[in-house]
Design a protein around this ligand. Structure first.
Ligand code: NAP
Length: 249
């Protein structure tokens, strides 16, 4: 299981007791929330390294349950699965959809998001600390940056950092946006409930949202949108005792 998401953790829970599950984390977060079962940390050394790992560990199925923006890892997983013949299932939560009252501006990537807020004064930036270099050249906006771990240079010259991780509430996000007089929110289209409250808060306050589109899935990927669907797929693919899912909790 290529992890780093809440879905990966919930699927690891739902698969117990059952097959041996090893969750792989990149090691980017200093104190990650760990799934049950075995965990390994660190890169594999590209698609070839992952292919070697799959063969050495005699892996039957790979689940790519990485974040929708972990495009390099997903590409490597697809390549390694193709070269080794190990079946690959992608667990990818759906993106967010605009609702009445939203003022979204979709952009293809972080540089385009930076262009969209260059003339703004006060920006809430939730695209993760590793995306900050894309905004580092902007001298006009003041940024409120929220990330799990502290950002490293290069960062925008005018910013404050808020270290926090979801889930967040609408009341909390509304207060945050109000207290900092935010006028525009920048987010990746990560989808899911954990961090969606900022979108409701922005809608309620009439704020603009710059929404960074997801990178595409690798061509030909077999993808499911929920932990329940992944569990059903894996149960079909690897016959054994039926398992029930309390995945939504
Ligand atoms: P990425 O750019 O797609 O991957 C860069 C490299 O990091 C990969 O080539 C791989 O190194 C290593 N890597 C990534 N995910 C890994 C995993 N689960 N296990 C082992 N190695 C991994 O990935 P990223 O965007 O930096 O994301 C890193 C991790 O953070 C992922 O687990 C992802 O689910 C999680 N995450 C990402 C975001 C986001 O916005 N990107 C948000 C929340 C959580 P090698 O080539 O050496 O194998």
């Amino acid at each position: 299981m290529l992890g780093g998401t809440g879905e990966a953790r919930r699927l690891a829970v739902a698969l117990r007791p059952g097959p041996r599950v090893v969750t792989s984390l990149a090691g980017r977060v200093a104190r990650p929330v760990l799934p049950p079962g075995e965990v390994r940390v660190g890169g594999f050394g590209g698609a070839a390294g992952l292919a070697a790992y799959l063969t050495a560990e005699r892996v039957d199925v790979v689940v790519d349950a990485t974040h929708p923006f972990a495009a390099r890892m997903s590409g490597n997983a697809a390549e390694a699965a193709a070269t080794t013949g190990v079946p690959l299932l992608v667990l990818r939560r759906p993106g967010w959809t605009e609702r009445p009252g939203d003022r979204w501006h979709r952009v293809p990537d972080l540089p385009a998001a930076a262009g969209a807020v260059a003339g703004a004064d006060r920006v809430f930036l939730t695209t993760g600390r590793r995306g900050l270099p894309a905004f580092a050249h902007l001298t006009r906006p003041w940024f409120l940056v929220r990330s799990v771990d502290p950002p490293e240079s290069p960062v925008p010259p005018r910013m404050a950092t808020l270290l926090d991780r979801g889930p967040f509430t609408v009341a909390g996000e509304t207060a945050l946006l109000r207290d900092h007089a935010i006028e525009v929110v920048v987010t990746k289209d990560s989808g899911g409930e954990m961090t969606a409250a900022k979108l409701t808060a922005a809608r309620d306050l009439g704020l603009r949202v710059v929404m960074v589109d997801r990178p595409p899935l690798p061509p030909g990927a077999v993808a499911v949108p929920t932990v329940e669907a992944a569990l059903a797929h894996l149960t079909r693919a690897t016959p054994g005792p039926r398992r029930s899912c309390t995945c939504g909790s």
